[in-house]
Design a protein around this ligand. Structure first.
Ligand code: NAP
Length: 272
């Protein structure tokens, strides 16, 4: 496995794609001085803008992330997640590609490690896996259940619903590791010092969405009950893995704090 010749962060300009997204925002903070390109600045379904020439590291956070929407429009999701990654690779700099726990089928009951064979259940998962295969010189970082202080995510949805309602119905038969984007962005600084390759980087610990919702209400001081339901009862279009806890089998992979610490850090950030 090839190792980058120089520390890419020290060497020059870092480019973030999808900089308006929740991970993109966190990366822009964790890597000061980045060239942060939002969807409006560069639609990655198009080749890179000609004026972007001298970057030394690409943090590719732009993606189609609407998991259910990808079932209806798999071609559009493919164009963003696979063709978009081909375009990001054209920049010619080492690249970090963020992939997903949804590349696995969820049949295991112990954490998925890098050598486990992927077998995506959904159109979204298939595009994320195909995107991984476009990365030559770079790092594929698989993470799970991302949440942050900005953007559209489960934590922000629960805060909104919990303040409006006495009870919310939340799925209790999918298990994963909710990962704070601030922790993933910080870990990315250490990932880019490692040899190119595939790394599983998710929060420590695991829970169901219902457990996570209860923890959110508890930590935020919101008086709202969680009614535990099944995936079948919710009836979303895209199949999701029932179990998608990720761990790394590689000794140097950065270990993230527990998801509950991520939750507290995120709520503190929102309160700021
Ligand atoms: N969210 C999760 O639970 C999760 C879990 C594991 C891995 N990941 C991966 O982590 C990465 C970051 O996800 P996230 O949670 O930060 O998602 P996000 O908040 O939805 O951010 C994705 C960003 O990509 C932008 N984008 C969409 N289409 C684009 C295009 N054609 N050109 C340029 N930008 C485009 C979006 O802009 P608009 O909003 O304007 O479309 C958005 O700002 C993705 O690769 C995702 O697959 C996410």
């Amino acid at each position: 496995m090839e190792h980058p010749d120089t520390d890419p962060v020290a060497a020059g300009r870092v480019l973030v794609t999808g900089a308006g997204g929740q991970l993109g925002c966190a990366l822009t903070e964790a890597f000061p001085g980045t060239l942060a390109l939002s969807h409006a600045d560069w639609d990655v379904t198009q080749p890179p803008p000609s004026q972007v020439t001298d970057c030394c590291l690409v943090l590719h956070a732009a993606a189609w992330t609407d998991v259910d929407g990808a079932e209806d429009d798999a071609d559009a999701a493919w164009t963003v997640n696979v063709v978009g990654t081909q375009h990001a690779v054209l920049l010619g700099a080492p690249l970090v590609y963020y992939s997903s726990d949804y590349v696995f089928n969820g049949e295991k009951r112990s954490p998925y490690i890098e050598s486990d064979p992927p077998d995506p259940l959904s159109a979204y998962g298939r595009t994320k896996l195909a995107g991984e295969r476009e990365v030559g010189e770079g790092w594929v970082v698989r993470s799970s259940w991302l949440f942050g202080a900005t953007g559209k995510n489960f934590l922000r949805t629960m805060l909104e619903l919990g303040r409006e309602r006495d009870e919310v119905a939340v799925v209790d038969d999918q298990r994963g590791s909710p990962t704070y984007v601030g922790h993933l962005a910080e870990a990315t600084r250490r990932i880019v010092e490692l040899p190119f390759g595939l790394y599983h980087v998710a929060a420590d610990g695991d829970c169901t969405w219902a457990d996570f919702a209860e923890a959110i209400f508890e930590e935020a001081g919101i008086d709202c009950r969680v009614r535990r339901i099944t995936t079948a009862e919710l009836g979303r279009p895209a199949p999701r893995p029932a179990y998608s806890v990720l761990r790394s089998e590689k000794p140097d992979t950065p270990r993230l704090p527990h998801w509950r610490d991520g939750l507290r850090a995120c709520l503190a950030r929102i309160a700021d």
